[in-house]
Write a protein that binds this ligand. Sequence first.
Ligand SMILES: Cc1cc2nc3c(=O)[nH]c(=O)nc-3n(C[C@H](O)[C@H](O)[C@H](O)COP(=O)(O)O)c2cc1C
Length: 336
Amino acid sequence: MTAVAPSCQPVPSSAVPGTPAGRGFYARKLAECSAYYPGAVLAPMAGYSDGPMRQLCAEAGALWTVSEMISARGLVEGGEDATLTIGRPYAGEVGRAVQLFGADPDILAQGAARAADWFDAAAIDLNMGCPVPKLHGKGGACLLQTPEVAYQLLSAMCSAVPLDVSAKIRLGWDSNRAVEVAQGLEAAGASVITVHGRTSRQRYTGEADWEAIAEVARSVSIPVIGSGDIKTVAQAKERLKTGVAAVMIGRGAVGQPWIFTELSRSDFVPPSLVQRAATALRHTRLNVQWYGEGRGLKQMRKVLPQYLPGVPADTKNALVRLETLAQAEAILLPLM
Ligand SMILES: Cc1cc2nc3c(=O)[nH]c(=O)nc-3n(C[C@H](O)[C@H](O)[C@H](O)COP(=O)(O)O)c2cc1C
């Protein structure tokens, strides 16, 4: 077995007298990390980290998973119920943080309580990193311009639920102020902070700045999870040496859930084409159960080619045009 650098910083005990019973999720999960089981978390990704993807990544060994971002206002005022697809857990799901976005403390407090109640969340995460303009004034990375608002939001969420509350930030809006923001969030009650090592202005361009993430990890006493550009296990192991408690993997897990297994198992064998096709088909069937056939297949069009990087162009062209499960089976079963 090849030893890797110990990745997990000591974490505080969850058994602090007076701590609500539901608190301590992150500490318990991070305590599972060791030199032989470095922690890697599935990133929240709108349009991707839904029930089927979370299930495959959890089975593959993700330390925990995070839902797609959910509007707190939508949860509170949307007239939906606990069957809301974007939030509901898959059967038997445990260890999933629910991510909320918003900009109003009362709404976020109510949204957090509702997410805990409806979706059986293990923890609640505040989105402070989404750069899309439509979130202007509604939260996301805009909160990096007014972090004092974010501290109020986080504090309100902590008061509303007996669960860990975390925040996921970028380095800043257009320049790096991540240390200041992380320290403010820690003081407001955050149990964990995830840092995506880009500013909002950068969106997804350039490279994530892992030195800036390491600086945040050194500046707070709560665990910091690092996010950005981890596509291989070698990169994950390298980033774990920066002092973060765990790494987060997003795009690198799309069509590749076994990246979590590879990180934690010394006997990992890369999947064959047959295994890739089998996992792709399982993901497709789970998607059809989750969304129904039309929406489920549409959503898989962008994912399936990533499972099968080496297949001929005409197969890829067929995969991105799928309409029915029967068509998906007709392509994938012969590969198995
Ligand atoms: C398609 C897509 C959707 C995303 N959605 C969210 C989201 O809902 N909430 C969030 O905090 N970050 C979101 N992110 C950011 C990721 O969680 C992650 O921080 C970022 O992609 C960098 O990590 P990666 O290089 O491993 O993908 C999204 C990223 C992508 C590519």
